[in-house]
Design a protein around this ligand. Structure first.
Ligand code: IPE
Ligand code: IPE
Ligand code: MG
Length: 249
């Protein structure tokens, strides 16, 4: 039997390819509710959510969007039941190991942002291996926020900058917005143009607090495991209908 063709393989004709976002960020929310609605354990929602993310990454590549950043685990998510946290850590490790060869084939450059040093050592190993192996790939920049918190990131940046001032490598008067950008985990990435949050929640939950300053926000009630290419299409239609003023008239 032949594989099912992927719907919306090419950029839909009602989208303007000249006005696509350069960088899309997603808060992948609603996995637990998706599972609950099917009387399944919450973790089955996380498992299903991986397929959604894989297809969104391919979709960005297929449609010509050069950067995707996904929120996988927040600094606050450690407060969940230990079984769920452990499941997620094992899932991340397993998926990374399994997907590395496809990411190489598909020219994906993967990068992790967050406080990686507190993750389980075996996960850190997979993370650093995948970043090293894919660092020269140029097909798409894929960033995964894991043990990420916007406040933690800004605190970390402040400490690095203060240390440079203390060592005489930087003068206080020289500190500007670019200095801050350069000390964030996202150094070198453009700010997201579009933020998508699934499952209807209208909050940032500590995601990319500095970088989202001027992002267009799109919230959909769809739960993350159900977020498919047609949903992404709708998000992009909405994005292209906005007038981005950046404070000007
Ligand atoms: C998002 O789904 C995934 C992570 C936070 C890891 P949730 O697990 O938050 O799902 P809901 O919000 O409880 O439905
Ligand atoms: C945000 O979702 C974190 C991730 C998607 C990884 P949460 O489900 O943790 O956020 P809150 O608790 O609803 O703010
Ligand atoms: Mg949630």
């Amino acid at each position: 039997m032949s594989a099912k063709p992927i719907a919306l393989q090419h950029l839909p004709a009602d989208l303007d390819k000249e006005r696509l976002p350069d960088h899309v960020a997603v808060i992948m929310d609603g996995n637990g509710r998706w599972a609950k609605g099917r009387s399944l354990p919450r973790v089955m929602g996380h498992q299903k959510g991986v397929d959604t993310l894989k297809d969104l990454l391919r979709c960005c590549r297929d449609w010509g969007i050069p950067a995707l950043t996904a929120y996988a685990f927040s600094t606050e998510n450690w407060g969940r039941p230990i079984e769920e946290v452990q499941f997620l850590m094992t899932l991340f490790e397993r998926v990374l190991r399994k997907e590395l060869s496809d990411m190489m084939k598909e020219d994906v450059c993967i990068r992790f942002i967050g406080n990686l040093s507190s993750l389980p050592p075996s996960l850190q190993e997979e993370i650093f291996r995948s970043m090293k192996d894919t660092e020269k790939n140029t097909g798409i920049q894929f960033t995964v926020a894991t043990n990420y918190g916007g406040r933690e990131e800004i605190t970390h940046a402040c400490k690095s900058i203060a240390a440079k001032v203390q060592q005489g490598l930087l003068k206080v008067e020289e500190i500007n917005e670019l200095t801050i950008d350069d000390h964030l985990y996202t150094k070198g990435l453009p700010s997201p143009d579009l933020l998508i949050r699934t499952s209807g929640e209208m909050r940032l939950s500590n995601f990319l607090l500095w970088q989202l300053a001027y992002a267009e926000i799109y919230v959909t009630p769809t739960l993350w495991p159900d977020f498919d290419r047609s949903q992404f299409h709708q998000a992009l239609i909405s994005y292209q209908s906005r007038e981005r003023r950046f404070g000007k008239l």
